[in-house]
Design a protein around this ligand. Structure first.
Ligand code: ADP
Ligand code: NI
Length: 214
């Protein structure tokens, strides 16, 4: 199968799997990540096909959409096999998806340039104006409050989300969003992250300012 044809099939697969997930994790998230991964791949001279294909598939395995991460990964593995992807490429793509998630040990370094590119693209979509929108969408879907001044930002609340505790949308900035900038792998990704990070700080400043005005 031609590369372009494979990419189009992956796109359709992602669309059918993620469809209208309302938690800020929908198909358009994957669409943005794939677009950004392509751009980053060009900047970083990474393998564009691997980067784009991995980006399209990266959230199909998400544990929120599957019984567990294992079944999610198997779904992607089966798809790669069925579409005649080279065995080395299959392994490469699966390794990237597995290493990618922040919770699945985001501290585990990416081994390959393509992994670095796709991880940066995914993290960049959690930042800036779009990242803020996703945070409020996800938060609402989980039944969390926008903000609760009695929930202060404490170190032990870090990753409350991943321990399945209730947090707030604003607290998520401190649990995750503001920590992402320094984790960027590529120079170009770092550059984009700077601006998005700055905008989030400005947003928080305005948020607290308005809160006090009431
Ligand atoms: P991805 O796997 O695409 O990186 P996640 O599944 O971790 O993203 O989260 C989807 C979106 O929801 C992201 O923008 C993330 O920042 C946001 N999010 C994740 N957990 C929370 C939470 N507890 N509260 C608010 N937003 C969250
Ligand atoms: Ni993602």
């Amino acid at each position: 199968m031609e590369k372009l044809q494979i990419i189009n099939k992956a796109k359709a697969f992602a669309r059918s799997e993620l469809g209208g997930d309302p938690s800020g994790h929908d198909w358009w998230h994957v669409w943005r990540v794939a677009k950004l991964a392509k751009r980053l791949a060009a900047e970083e001279q990474a393998d564009a096909f691997i980067c784009e294909l991995t980006a399209w598939l990266h959230d199909v395995a998400d544990e929120k959409l599957n019984d567990n991460e294992e079944t999610g990964l198997q779904k992607v593995e089966l798809w790669l096999k069925e579409h005649g992807i080279d065995i080395e490429d299959q392994q490469h793509i699966l390794a990237i998806i597995q290493t990618m998630s922040f919770k699945g040990g985001g501290r585990q370094p990416m081994q390959t340039l393509e992994g670095k590119v796709v991880q940066d693209a995914d993290r960049l979509d959690a930042l800036g104006a779009i990242g803020i929108a996703r945070t409020f969408a996800y938060s609402g879907a989980r039944g969390q409050l926008i903000y609760d001044p009695s929930i202060t930002v404490r170190e032990h609340l870090t990753h409350a989300a991943y321990r399945n505790e209730k947090s707030t949308a604003i607290n998520h900035f401190y649990e995750k969003l503001l920590k992402l900038k320094v984790t960027m792998n590529t120079a170009y990704g770092q550059q984009l992250a700077e601006e998005r990070h700055r905008f989030m700080l400005e947003y928080l400043d305005n948020f607290y300012k308005e809160w006090e005005e009431n």
